[in-house]
Ligand binder design. Sequence first.
Ligand SMILES: Cc1cc2nc3c(=O)[nH]c(=O)nc-3n(C[C@H](O)[C@H](O)[C@H](O)COP(=O)(O)OP(=O)(O)OC[C@H]3O[C@@H](n4cnc5c(N)ncnc54)[C@H](O)[C@@H]3O)c2cc1C
Length: 470
Amino acid sequence: MSLDALASRIRRELAMIAHPSLAWLEPRRAPDGSNALDVLIAGAGQGGIATAFALKRQRVDNVLVVDRAAYGREGPWVTYARMPTLRSPKEYTGPDLDIPALTYQAWHEAKYGAAHWQSLGLIAPADWNEYLLFVRAVTDVPVRNEAELVELAPEAGLIRATLASAAGRETVYARKVVLATGQDGTGRWWMPDFVAALPRAFRAHTADSIDFTGLKGKVIAVLGAGASAFDNAATALEAGAAEVHVFCRRPAPQVIQPYRQITFRGFLKHLSDLDDAWRWRFMRHVLALREGFPQATWDRCAAHANFTLHTGAPWTAARVEGARAVVVTPRGDFVADFLICCTGIAMDYAAKPELARFAGNIRNWADAYAPPADERDHRLAAFPYLAADYSFMEKQAGATPWIKDIHLFAIAATMSFGPSGSSINAMTTAVPKLVDGITRGLFAGDVERHWAALKAYDVPQAIVPGSRAD
Ligand SMILES: Cc1cc2nc3c(=O)[nH]c(=O)nc-3n(C[C@H](O)[C@H](O)[C@H](O)COP(=O)(O)OP(=O)(O)OC[C@H]3O[C@@H](n4cnc5c(N)ncnc54)[C@H](O)[C@@H]3O)c2cc1C
């Protein structure tokens, strides 16, 4: 089956399961006279696209997705994901939302043939990216690329969103906003202050664009021992670096992938139904372990004799000496030409322009729950404490009540819901839950109109001679 034939099949199948297809939302008039969107989604990565698709299936039609990235460059897949294959098993479904013809497997078989799928080990990031673009096209999700959401504010019972693009700034209004803004959706990529203080020529974060060809013949030091640290180390080795050294704080790198253990429907669907103590206990365990890397990630580095792993060796300071960078570790100083930090995200609402107006009033886990002493975690306490519909809650009630219409579907939802936003393996359970929350709010917000419409409904199903309509 060709991709065109697959697209036709998907459209046909979606039409077959469209019931109930009656339109149920009416446009709200915005203060500038335009029709407000039902939902504005920031982020056209897999999370934003799947959410828009799920909303359309619920007949929430007036949806717009915006992404600051250019078409085809959304998310990490063809930019800073420096790995030959995805790490998740090829069978994990996600953006298809349980529609077989829309799965990655169906796309792969249409593009490369069923035999190729059988022999495939793991999915190439470029293929995953192309598949996401296919899903977006075949489900008719409307996306505006190169448009960045830079401000959210309340106005006339709606959310006023400011978009910035090459054409300038523009205002759109929406009843609800979904932030599907990825790994750094509620914070910023972080590296130790003493590394950030070095001139840019000496350091980068893994999320930065890095010119690896310029690292040929150089000594590279990588901080962190997650999968991305090894991906970046391998990319430097393959680009001809003289030596690559990965520095890991722990006595041994993390090789267990706790997400595998919790990838079952009961957990993915119902963790968020548990009380705070259980939610915290489970997710603190998972997130404190961090993600383990697979064998292939290690082998890619270990294949090079000029690769070294330093365990129990955090960096405690750094400086520039001559034309080189020196990092200080408990095992002595190390001299390198270039430093790459794979040190994750720091939660920092105020750093995000779209959150800036209400950053100080976002309720987080520290506001909501005090764990037992042996379960405390300062980093995770800064995660947002989300409502059941993934919306932000207020720290101080009444100060920014409008944030109940801003829903977060990014990695920071993980403490509240378990794997959810920014997680392929949880999409088939998390997206419907998010969308249920949104449609619940939209329906409840229109309840007077629905009541009036029902009372006014006077369409006869049959004409019975001699009978009176009343
Ligand atoms: C390097 C890397 C490798 C990964 N590999 C795997 C893997 O192998 N398997 C797996 O299951 N998971 C993997 N993940 C985790 C997860 O699947 C990805 O992070 C995935 O991209 C999450 O999808 P998303 O839609 O939430 O975010 P993203 O794909 O990051 O999309 C977010 C989008 O939001 C846009 N955006 C952000 N802010 C704004 C704004 N203000 N206005 C407009 N647009 C905005 C961005 O441009 C981006 O396109 C990986 C993550 C990373 C970082």
